[in-house]
Design a protein around this ligand. Structure first.
Ligand code: ADP
Length: 401
């Protein structure tokens, strides 16, 4: 027995070392971030996305005037309501601009969804916000503390659950959470209470003695969330936390995230639109590294509903004829005689449709707003984005218009 326990202790000790190294290489824990971020040299500027700027005020950054990093000093000031302000973040991988001038502001008690298809730049943006990746440009300020000037103090206020949670399946839940607490520099005297609190909040109260490897994927994800909140951070950042879970587990994790939103600010990255609508207060949609949409969830719902119509015709014309009648809207056939009309931004094709149907005797018998799917939202936003880019990049098209 004694020898087995000794072997187990040695394994745990080895894992501690491994875990420290891995955490350091991932930069998950504040105390290990040594690398100076390069964005210092980049002139700071406001976020330029016209959509994202809607309803926003002045620049968020408070970079200048900070003293050298002093881990005990938390006296930096910013608006008490703003917990996170990322401004003009960009990141290049060779020639690929993975994140392009992305800004984000988070208030206490707010859950913001970062939505986008695979490859949109969500993970890259979150790695920069958590101080795990140096931005090519931009700044991040956490509770008034600049992430570049004072990485340790700023990262102490962030909890991060990466897409692949840094779990050690050989450890028991309590052992792992104590280790995570130590890596977050919690004093020994505070560890037991911190572990209890994190377990309680993540719905793991009875699981302390379970080996992580023996837990279901949903419970392992809870452990991942518990390690992200072990140090009671102001901002919690969750990267695709429901991927790979079954519907029940998804429901439970979503409700846990909503509860987190009561006390923390949360950024939730996902490619699932209903997930954002179910959990978040606001959304930012990324496409090819750029913010192409930023609004409250009500705005997203209106956007989904306000851009798509379903029309049923008794004597339908050819798809091309219908498309011509409602230009610049796009038309797709749903089924026999039923079409989806996706409006261009700022356009309402209802009148065109009614007029054309009457004039050409198409026998319109049903016209209703349709909720655009996530793909349609992306397609719509992308088309708009590309149209804007081509106008901006081609001055002659401005004069020709
Ligand atoms: P998302 O999280 O939205 O799926 P990512 O941030 O992972 O998107 O990727 C954004 C873009 O950056 C993609 O084109 C991806 O191929 C590229 N990328 C991500 N990580 C790296 C890396 N380490 N090296 C080179 N390119 C990368």
């Amino acid at each position: 027995m004694g020898e087995r326990a000794g072997r187990r202790d040695r394994t745990i000790a080895a894992l501690h070392g491994k875990f420290f190294n891995r955490a350091a290489s991932l930069g998950i824990f504040g105390s290990h971030h040594k690398r100076p971020l390069r964005s210092r040299q980049v002139p700071r500027r406001r976020h330029h996305s016209k959509v994202a700027d809607k309803g926003r005020e002045g620049p968020l950054e408070q970079r200048s005037g900070f003293p050298e990093e002093n881990e005990t000093s938390m006296s930096d000031t910013a608006s008490p309501e703003v917990t996170l302000a990322a401004v003009g973040l960009s990141r290049r991988y060779g020639n690929n601009l993975a994140v392009d001038d992305v800004s984000m502001e988070l208030k206490r008690g707010e859950i913001v969804g970062l939505l986008g298809p695979n490859g949109a730049g969500k993970t890259t943006a979150m790695k920069m916000i958590t101080g795990n990746l140096a931005p090519s440009a931009g700044s991040v300020n956490v509770c008034g503390i600049d992430l570049i000037d004072k990485p340790t103090a700023a990262k102490a206020k962030i909890g991060y659950l990466p897409e692949i949670p840094p779990l050690y399946k050989e450890l028991r839940v309590d052992e792992y959470l104590r280790l995570a607490g130590r890596l977050h520099r919690l004093p020994k005297s505070a560890l037991a209470e911190a572990v209890q609190r994190a377990k309680h909040r993540a719905g793991l109260s009875d699981m302390g003695q379970r080996l992580i490897g023996s837990l279901s994927k949903g419970y392992q994800q809870r452990v991942g969330i518990a390690q992200a909140i072990i140090h009671d951070p102001d901002v919690v950042i969750l990267d695709e936390p429901t991927v790979g879970l079954d519907p029940n587990q998804i429901r439970e994790i979503r409700s846990l995230i909503r509860e987190l939103g009561d006390q923390h600010s949360v950024i939730l990255s996902t490619h699932i639109l209903p997930e954002v609508e179910a959990i978040c207060d606001r959304v930012q949609i990324l496409h090819r590294g750029k913010v192409v949409f930023a609004d409250a969830i009500a705005g997203l719902r209106a956007f989904r509903g306000g851009h798509s119509l379903e029309v049923s015709l008794r004597r339908p014309p050819q798809l091309e004829q219908l498309a011509q009648a409602v230009q610049p809207a796009q038309v797709e056939q749903v089924s026999d005689g039923v079409f989806r009309v996706i409006a261009a931004q700022g356009q309402d094709p209802t009148d065109q449709l009614l007029r054309a149907s009457l004039e050409r005797d198409w026998g319109l018998y049903q016209l209703s707003p349709a909720q655009a799917s996530v793909e349609e939202v992306f397609v719509h936003l992308t088309r708009q984005d590309e149209a804007d880019a081509s106008v901006a990049g081609n001055p002659s098209s401005e004069t020709a218009a």
